[in-house]
Design a protein around this ligand. Structure first.
Ligand code: GLN
Length: 508
């Protein structure tokens, strides 16, 4: 492996600014890596090599001209294919959007470009971000670089896998119920779902608008904070954007001090159904946090057990409404338009051919939940439960500064293992859904490999709304302690892509 692609984003940015290495050379190294491994990993749906190199040369020219550039200038990034970016197809991994070219850039993409970052391409996901394994993508699954027979999590499996496979140093994700955090956990990477309203949703393909939140995916905590600061902050184009300055995230990641912080362990997010290897790493993480001077408190959040039910009612209800725009008339695919077919027939045929099983299942469930006569019983009750879950958080945050849990009940499972059992798939997000429903900030951090299967385990850290910096504070501290203990970062232990998991040799 070249000594470029295993560097942090912060280090790459430093090299570029110091003129030690050009952005073009760094971009090329990542494009070469994609070329070399993506046939196996399939993290990317589209690679934008020429434009990326052009962007890189433009940054190098600015550096040569002595212009003062932002903290990630010249650093490549991969963008989940839920974000509009002009000139590249935006598919949300659905056939129904195949070939659609967005007429504008999403706010987060505009901010990457304004920060002189280099967009390598678009990453794979579950169709319309519905799923936990990236297997519902209409364009084939992404594979977990730790073991190519396993899932990389979902929906943002592509964004997480491209980091673990060293195809990109940074990626953009979007999280509705866990789509940034769960893939981060099962690939040994870092992912943060910011406070709802903290990063603009403008130009993000909507799944469930009251839950969707863009956020950073990275290989370390500081890189995530740097990216979060580039994309975050008020945007008048998003009606739910918070008009307040972002907290000092990079400062918190660097400070990395949790002495005296009160950390709550959520009683309901553990126990039955949690893999012993996950619980073992989680217990160790608690010990380390305590050793770093944090006070550990056990807290109860009694309504969390209803999160899954509430989430799948609200999410499907909103998704059924959002996805009604894909009617064969305005975007992408159109089927059966032979001149004699009625509009209704074309819509029916297009949606039948263009949407996959999971999208259809959710549209039907959501339409039912919203239907007259059932609205109060389903959607109305789910909204009430959402309030009770938010209150559980509020009372927990009276006693603690942060809450923690495992990010996922298990490590990465084998491809195909949960495909015929939607409930088993939905349970992947048991730990991540409560924070989504409450709109608070939550992150996943790597805490080692499960002794049972040698696969990564993640720690979820949850902080009150607009206190995202606390996730970075804890993240920075825990990461430093673990790297010290391991003498390396977790990803230094990943087998070279293509080699079976458990193999001892690595090229690094
Ligand atoms: N896995 C969850 C779902 O299927 C979350 C997806 C997401 O966050 N986009 O809905």
């Amino acid at each position: 492996m070249s000594s470029t692609i295993n560097q942090s984003a912060a280090e790459l940015a430093r090299r570029i600014a110091a003129r030690e290495q050009s952005s073009e050379e760094i971009t090329r190294a990542h494009l070469d890596r994609i070329e070399q491994v993506d046939a196996d990993v399939h993290a990317f749906l589209a690679v934008d090599a020429e434009r990326a190199l052009k962007q890189a040369r433009a940054v190098d020219a600015k550096v040569a001209a002595g212009e003062k550039l932002g903290p990630l200038a010249g650093v490549p990034i991969a963008v989940k294919d839920t974000y509009c970016y002009q000139g590249l197809p935006t598919t949300a991994a659905s056939r129904i959007l195949e070939g659609w070219l967005p007429p504008y850039d999403s706010t987060v993409v505009s901010r990457l470009l304004a920060a002189d970052m280099i967009i390598l391409g678009k990453t794979n996901l579950d169709e319309f971000a519905m799923g936990s394994s990236t297997e519902s993508s209409a364009f084939g699954p992404t594979r977990n670089p730790w073991d190519l027979e396993r899932i990389p999590g979902g929906s943002g499996g592509g964004s997480a896998a491209c980091l673990a496979a060293f195809e990109a140093p940074l990626a953009l994700g979007s999280d509705t119920g866990g789509s940034i955090r769960q893939p981060a956990a099962v690939t040994g990477t870092v992912g943060i779902k910011p406070t709802y309203g903290g990063v603009s949703r403008f130009g993000l393909i909507a799944l469930a608008s009251s839950l969707d939140q863009p956020g950073p995916c990275a290989r370390n905590v500081l890189d995530a904070a740097l990216l979060h600061e580039v994309i975050g902050g008020f945007d008048p184009a998003d009606s739910t954007s918070i008009n307040e300055p972002l907290p000092d995230l990079v400062g918190a990641a660097r400070k990395a001090d949790i002495k005296g912080l009160r950390i709550g362990v959520v009683h309901e997010l553990g126990g039955e159904g949690y893999a012993p290897g996950v619980e073992q790493r989680f217990a160790e993480a608690i010990e380390i946090l305590s050793g770093l001077g944090a006070e550990i408190i056990e807290v109860g959040c009694p309504h969390f057990e209803y999160s899954l039910a509430a989430y799948y009612l609200i999410m499907t209800a909103e998704a059924s409404s959002n996805l009604s725009r894909y009617d064969g008339m305005r975007y992408g695919l159109r089927v059966g338009d032979d001149g004699s077919a009625t509009t209704e027939e074309v819509m029916r045929l297009t949606r039948a051919a263009g949407l996959g099983d999971e999208a259809k299942r959710r549209i039907m469930l959501g339409t039912y939940a919203l239907s007259a006569g059932y609205y109060d019983a389903f959607y109305g009750s789910a909204q009430k439960m959402r309030t009770l879950i938010a209150r559980d958080f509020a009372s927990a945050f009276e006693k603690c500064d942060l809450l923690i849990s495992p990010t996922t009940p298990t490590t990465a499972f084998k491809l195909g293992e949960r495909l015929s059992d939607p409930m088993a798939m939905y349970k992947c997000d048991l730990c991540t859904m409560p924070a989504s429903l409450a709109g608070i900030s939550a992150a996943s951090l790597p805490i080692g490999l499960s002794p049972a299967d040698g696969l990564p385990v993640g720690l979820q850290v949850m902080a009150p709304a607009m206190a995202d910096e606390r996730c970075y504070l804890l993240g920075g501290a825990l990461e430093a302690a673990l790297n010290d203990r391991w003498g390396a970062s977790l990803l230094d232990r990943i087998p070279e892509v293509g080699r079976p998991a458990g193999s001892q040799e690595t090229s690094r």
